[in-house]
Ligand binder design. Structure first.
Ligand SMILES: [Zn+2]
Length: 416
């Protein structure tokens, strides 16, 4: 085929014409120069949480790209890649399979995140039309990073665990192993009789959930924070900061290494397909659960919101509506970035999806439970033109979660 480069994807075969001899096999370096002496950009995603494929370089500064699918071949939307050799050049990066993403309508109103130092992530004006997401941007660094949301990689997760274990307030244990053989860790904080659980990153592409955990754990372990002290006295808080490390490292959106969407595995988790849920649920069985918060990100809605378990059997006649309202209203008061007007439709009585963590745990333990969703885009009630919904605001929302947990603890203890 001469200069043609062949990619096999999902049974389809794409042929990309290599331009001017500078395009190599995916993963090799494309560095070079155009005739006028400008450098030809190079694109790489071979790092922790990276996801992108180069379909073709149309010229030195225009590329057609594809997001790779999760194991299981069903989902994709998360991307994270680096552009080299394009500093101060006008570049056009076209994600040509954006229309096939898990939530294509989510691209409307979305802006890509970019960074030079991987510390500060700002937003880039992004166009979505005819199924193609186009980023027109002039890189400010030799290495310019682009991602769906500010990444929180597996290495950052290990840094967080390692930092937390130095606190006198915490014990760390290993609940079990993942499909790829990584460790699944829990942090346990506090000595109170109530058993509160918080988990995050069942969906590995929702990195905002880890930024939430950074703020939550930082305040939970603060020896001088009076709210944390009260919570630690009233409750034992079990935290699984990262439910899906395999998926995160692989750059997945929703699935683990076996192709399982972990938040659809809670009815019958198995060690083979969903050990992450299996071991976490076993630990919940051992401790009991008085409240569970499952932290996520939502691709489409530009709001922070809670989603409850109204559809489980017997919900309306139980104590759960009152306890859920105590938590949600206290959270909304503590941090106005959380709102209760916009969110998912409420499931009718008896129609809950029992494969989801929040419904399964609420029914199994007859306890209040919520899914927390944060936006990939921004909070439309308080938009930030430069940063959009940011890691800093995720962390602040995480810290505010303690106010809501204390309110819930006080009312639960009175009722008991
Ligand atoms: Zn999710």
């Amino acid at each position: 085929m001469g200069d043609a480069v062949r990619f096999s994807t999902n049974g389809a075969v794409l042929f990309a014409i290599a331009c001017a001899g500078f395009m190599g096999q995916h993963g090799t370096r494309h560095a070079g120069f155009e005739k006028d002496g400008t450098q030809i950009m190079h694109i790489d995603s071979h790092f922790d949480s990276g996801n992108i494929e180069v379909v073709e370089l149309l010229d030195g500064h225009t590329a057609n790209l594809r997001i790779k699918k999760d194991a299981g071949d069903e989902h994709m939307q998360w991307f994270y890649f680096r552009v080299d050799d394009a500093r101060d050049q006008d570049c056009t990066l076209r994600i040509v399979n954006a229309g096939d993403a898990s939530y294509p309508s989510a691209w409307a109103g979305y802006r890509v995140c970019t960074s030079v130092d991987r510390q500060t992530w700002t937003r880039v004006t992004t166009d979505y039309s005819d199924g193609v997401l186009t980023i027109a941007h002039r890189p400010e660094g030799q290495m310019q990073w682009y991602a769906y949301f500010a990444p929180h990689t597996h290495e950052q997760h290990l840094d967080l665990l390692s930092h937390c274990q130095r606190s006198d307030e915490v014990t760390v244990d290993r609940l079990g192993g993942t499909v790829d053989g990584r460790d699944l860790h829990r942090l346990t904080v506090g000595e109170g009789p109530l058993q509160f659980w918080a988990i995050a990153r069942q969906h590995p592409g929702e990195s905002m959930a880890s930024w939430w955990m950074e703020g939550f754990l930082d305040r939970l372990l603060d020896p001088n924070d009076a709210i944390s002290k009260r919570l630690r006295a009233m409750a034992t808080v079990h935290v699984v900061p990262h439910m899906n490390p395999d998926g995160a490292i692989r750059g997945h959106l929703r699935c683990n290494a076996a192709g399982a969407n972990l938040n659809r595995e809670w009815a019958e988790p198995t060690i083979e397909r969903s050990p992450e849920v299996y071991y976490t649920r076993a630990a919940m069985d051992a401790s009991g659960v008085d409240f569970c918060l499952d932290v996520h990100g939502d691709e489409e809605l530009p709001y922070n919101f809670l989603s409850g378990s109204e559809g489980i059997d017997g919900y309306a006649d139980s104590r759960l509506p009152r306890l859920c309202d105590v938590f949600a209203s206290a959270y909304e008061r503590a941090n106005p970035d959380l709102q209760r007007e916009h969110g998912y439709p409420v499931a009718p009585p008896g129609k809950a999806n029992m494969t989801m963590c929040t419904n399964a745990v609420a029914a199994r333990f007859q306890c209040p439970a919520y899914t927390l969703e944060m936006p990939f885009k921004d909070n439309a009630n308080a938009p930030d033109p430069l940063f959009g919904w940011s890691p800093e605001r995720c962390a602040q929302l995480g810290a505010s979660g303690l106010d809501a947990l204390v309110a819930l603890a006080e009312v639960t203890s009175e009722a008991d």
